[in-house]
Design a protein around this ligand. Structure first.
Ligand SMILES: Cc1cc2nc3c(=O)[nH]c(=O)nc-3n(C[C@H](O)[C@H](O)[C@H](O)COP(=O)(O)OP(=O)(O)OC[C@H]3O[C@@H](n4cnc5c(N)ncnc54)[C@H](O)[C@@H]3O)c2cc1C
Length: 500
């Protein structure tokens, strides 16, 4: 792998001396080790050998390579469980960390700090930082050639304005597609341009900065009453768990922190939650009613309506109502990303990557898919599982064990596990749902399905269970410590309101 390290060094030096906004010179590409038909590799030779930079097929003296696309719940749980004595692991993702999404809403108002919910991949799977054949590549996967076992990638250079992105390829022995999903906008005009989605740490940062900016601007002399009301109107669209949790966090922030520290504008700030149907529709009826009552008590204005159009300063509902806003957060569910849609792989009825009971993509050798981007093929007769961390995490764990088993049985290399007996298929058992609603209250619904029977409760005890459960679920001891300290600091001193 010395050639690859040399490539990184050469690229870094070239990047430093290169003029702004230029591609790596062509000579750099051609001087790299290329993919070629190599007699020592175990893979079927590419039907059409191409010359390009990247990771060539593994050789007999190397470990088989598992390539993981995505660093979310599914991909990270898989990487954590994979046996790095058997495999080298290569992760390709536009972010070098996993986001602990259930606590993301708390970072938007400063209850938690951003780093407390971001887990670096090198901590989840240390081999990625240390093992000579394992890597993390900051890149998007852009294409897939399942016949030749090759993934196309494009680097992410968003903030390095001296460098343009470039393409490279990675050969895999086993490929895990764990690309997640993207926010649904239902084609409503103006959503992408004007609303903020709450899916990444960068989104939470944007929300926090905008909220604090609006608070500060509305305190400056010269602003009209009407403009002040608009700037401080926070609108959340989507009454699922994420929208409700975010509204609860916002109302807590307003009651405790804005009233103390922005006393001049405290009567202007409001939260409106817009939902087309019932809020928290997957929860028990009783819990839904409780949540509605509590949110209303905390000052959240619940509106039943369908958004028709989103303009820079107002949204328009189906019945013609105009809702001016200063902050708009959009959380109306998720669907497959354009890249997932574009992959020429079989699809589940919902348009996700279709898998069988062992999470394999049946038509492509050595390709598996897990998490929000995958769904059971119609032929399996199984329903599509909900887009939840607990599904993604358990699929990741199951697949890590399956790959370890395959590797131990000698099927780790490309095209060597075709007729292998895989054992028990993946089975999902729902453990229940939880959501906080602010003011030290939460909902805990332990029923296995909407129609099923089981324990469901709401209130302070549920809130305590919610916090304890998530504190134990946070991946590393470092972040567990951060979260506990953040909660304690917020409780004693209030939230941090500095706009950094
Ligand atoms: C705010 C919020 C709160 C939530 N709360 C809960 C909860 O309380 N309980 C629960 O069960 N679920 C919750 N969820 C849902 C849960 O987070 C998802 O179901 C889970 O993240 C799915 O995991 P995943 O690995 O499939 O996708 P993700 O975690 O979304 O990860 C996808 C990964 O793929 C990467 N990626 C995307 N495109 C490319 C590309 N082209 N190439 C390479 N990489 C790419 C992304 O950067 C990311 O690293 C919540 C979600 C959100 C947004």
């Amino acid at each position: 792998m010395a050639w690859f390290r040399n490539l990184i060094q050469v690229s870094a030096i070239r990047a430093l001396i290169k003029p702004r906004n230029t591609h790596p010179p062509l000579s750099l590409y051609t001087s790299l080790t290329h993919f070629s038909t190599d007699p020592t590799t175990h893979q079927t030779p590419p039907t059409n050998p191409i010359q390009y930079s990247g990771l060539p097929p593994t050789k007999s003296n190397e470990k088989p390579r598992v390539v993981v696309l995505g660093s979310g719940w599914a991909g990270c749980r898989l990487m954590k469980g994979i046996d790095t004595e058997i495999y080298d692991v290569v992760c390709v993702s536009p972010r070098n960390h996993m986001v602990f999404t259930p606590l993301l809403a708390s970072t938007c108002v400063g209850t938690l700090e951003f780093r407390s919910v971001a887990e670096p991949i090198g901590r989840i799977q240390p081999a990625i930082s240390r093992a000579p054949g394992s890597y993390f590549f900051l890149a998007h996967s852009t294409g897939l050639d399942t016949d030749n076992h090759v993934v196309d990638c494009r680097t992410v250079t968003d903030e390095a304005n001296t460098l343009d992105p470039w393409n490279f390829k990675i050969s895999y022995d086993k490929l895990i597609i764990a690309l997640g999903a993207q926010a649904l906008t239902f084609g409503i005009r103006g959503v992408t341009e004007n609303a903020i989605f709450l899916r990444e740490v960068s989104h939470a940062q944007e929300i926090r900065r905008k909220l604090l900016l609006n608070l500060m601007l509305s305190d400056v002399p010269g602003i009209s009453e009407e403009e002040k009301r608009r700037l401080l109107h926070c609108v959340v669209v989507g009454g699922g768990p994420t929208g409700v949790e975010f509204s609860g966090e916002l109302s807590d922030f307003i009651i405790r922190d804005v009233h103390q520290r922005y006393a001049h504008v405290k009567d202007y700030i409001h939260v409106t939650l817009i939902e087309a149907n019932e809020i928290l529709s997957s929860f028990d009826d009783r819990l839904r009613r409780y949540a509605t009552k509590q949110l209303t008590k905390s000052g959240v204005h619940l509106v039943r309506g369908i958004v028709k159009d989103v303009q820079p300063q107002k949204i328009i509902l189906n019945d013609g109502t105009e809702v001016p806003y200063g902050l708009l957060v959009w959380s109306t569910g998720v669907g497959p990303s354009p890249f997932v849609k574009s992959l020429e792989l079989p699809k589940s009825p919902e348009g996700r990557i279709g898998v069988d009971e062992w999470l394999r993509v049946p038509s492509a050798q050595d390709v598996f898919s897990i998490g929000d981007c995958s769904g059971f093929l119609e032929s399996t007769g199984r329903p599509t599982l909900p887009a939840l961390a607990q599904v993604a995490e358990r699929e990741g764990k199951y697949l890590a064990n399956l790959l370890n088993k395959i590797g131990k049985a000698g099927g780790g290399r490309a095209n060597t596990a075709k007729d292998m007996e895989l054992g028990d298929p993946f089975v999902y058992k729902h453990l229940g749902s939880m959501a906080t609603i602010g003011r030290y209250k939460a909902l805990v619904d332990l029923r296995q399905s909407k129609e099923g029977k089981g324990l469901s409760m709401a209130g302070f005890v549920s809130w305590f269970i919610w916090r304890s459960a998530y504190l134990t679920r946070v991946i590393s001891w470092r972040n567990r410590f951060y979260v506990a300290i953040n909660w304690a600091t917020t409780f004693v001193f209030g939230r941090d309101i500095s706009r950094i």
